[in-house]
Design a protein around this ligand. Structure first.
Ligand SMILES: [Zn+2]
Length: 260
């Protein structure tokens, strides 16, 4: 329920942040008839079902994205809760994952990763980094870390991801935007090393598969560009929620195959 409510807010933010409008005022309203929504019409997921996806007044269709983002964010928060329980980890991880959802939404609809989201995120993550090894993959690989080690891990991962994407963008300016380069720094800071490698691997494989699927389905041609930000976000989200589990699974599999 917390996640679905945050998802409801992310929907509003995805519409308003790119246009520089206030997140608080005016209250949510119908995009069609401009009448403000009553509280009863703003219950995540349930209102959409109750109103059968239509505005109470003018019967205009409520964008399906609304209920999709609400239920997806609810599912993400539930996954974090099941994996990490309720505490500081839950709050920090949920905040990071909410940011990933918002960046993905805006990139999908506008093809932009906004500086006004990237730069504050970088500052916040630089401040959070000392505590970060408690959450990401660093713990799985490095055991109990010192403050300095986890700081270095996060900062170097952010810098490394930034430089790697900068080089790719300089070699192929048409394929990779400046927003992707800065977003890579955010993800490096967020998941640390070696999580960032797993995150980027997932995003490249996932992005490639979806791109091939879209071309085969003739929804896109080879000349169209597909925003890469959502795939980067997806890779980081998988690592944040399930990274240590994937590593354990892989190690068990490897030792089962080698028969030890
Ligand atoms: Zn309406």
């Amino acid at each position: 329920m917390i996640g679905a409510s945050v998802g409801s807010f992310l929907n509003v933010a995805a519409d308003r942040v790119p246009e520089g409008r206030s997140l608080i005022r005016p209250r949510s309203y119908c995009e069609s008839c401009r009448r403000p929504l009553a509280s009863i019409d703003m219950v995540p997921v349930l209102s959409y079902a109750w109103l059968r996806g239509k505005c109470r007044h003018c019967k205009a269709a409520i964008p399906f994205r609304t209920v999709l983002v609400e239920s997806a964010t609810g599912a993400i928060f539930l996954a974090v809760f099941l994996r990490y329980g309720f505490g500081v980890d839950f709050v920090v991880l949920s905040a990071c994952l909410s940011l990933l959802v918002l960046v993905s939404l805006i990139d999908l609809e506008h093809g932009l990763i906004l500086d006004k989201m990237v730069f504050p995120s970088i500052v916040l993550l630089l401040l959070l980094a000392p505590f970060w090894s408690d959450i990401g993959l660093a713990r799985t690989f490095l055991g109990d870390e010192t403050l300095i080690a986890s700081l270095a891990n996060s900062y170097l991962s952010g810098l490394g991801a930034f430089l790697a994407f900068l080089i790719i963008a300089m070699i192929n300016p048409a394929g990779m935007g400046g927003g992707d380069v800065k977003f890579a720094a955010v993800l490096g800071l967020m998941v640390g090393f070696p999580g960032i490698l797993m995150a980027l691997w997932i995003s490249v494989v996932g992005g490639g598969l979806i791109a091939v699927g879209l071309i085969l389905a003739r929804r896109k041609s080879r000349k169209d560009s597909i925003p890469f930000g959502p795939f980067m976000a997806m890779g980081a989200a998988v690592v944040l929620i399930a990274g240590p589990d994937i590593v354990n699974w892989y190690q068990d599999l490897a030792s089962a195959i080698s028969g030890t």
